[in-house]
Design a protein around this ligand. Structure first.
Ligand code: FES
Ligand code: FES
Length: 148
């Protein structure tokens, strides 16, 4: 099947119900997307599908043929993604780092849709789990990256 990942059309030979996460990591070698829970709870596997944060561990590959899929590897190609990464660095958000690609993509999706989010918008959008408890720094970085 054909998948459009990071602006490139990729031909992958997998079962239709293979989780998108495994296509990205195992078939395409894009290992910035992480496996956490595998049951759509933690958000470590977040990618953007047509701009929406999507849990790739529970997304069958066949369901996203024809969609634009974006992973952490190219997040800085957009102005918003670049601002988010800069804010993450400035605020020294990551601790172990495992959840952070998903967090950055969730923040990028939020700020693309809502450049000046309220605290409630941030609470609503930033729901990925972080076992290191970096939530306060995540919120600070999202505010820094907003246009306000
Ligand atoms: S690994 Fe997909 S949500 Fe946890
Ligand atoms: S930085 Fe370690 S899980 Fe989030």
């Amino acid at each position: 099947m054909q998948l459009t990942i990071n602006g490139e059309s990729r031909d992958v030979d997998v079962d239709p119900d293979t989780p998108l996460l495994w296509v990205i990591r195992e078939e395409l070698g894009l290992t910035g997307t992480k496996y956490g829970c595998g049951i759509a709870q933690c958000g470590a596997c977040t990618v953007l599908v047509d701009g929406y944060p999507t849990r790739s561990c529970q997304t069958p590959a066949e369901s996203v043929t024809g969609a634009e899929i974006k992973t952490i590897e190219t997040v800085e190609e957009t102005e918003t993604g670049r601002r988010v990464v800069e804010a993450w660095v400035a605020n020294q958000v990551p601790q172990c780092g495992y959840c952070q690609s998903g967090q950055v993509l969730a923040a990028t999706a939020l700020l693309t849709e809502t450049p000046n989010p309220t605290d409630e918008d941030i609470e609503y959008a930033m729901v990925n789990l972080c076992r290191c408890g970096t939530y306060n720094k995540i919120r600070a970085a999202v505010r820094d990256a907003s246009e306000a």
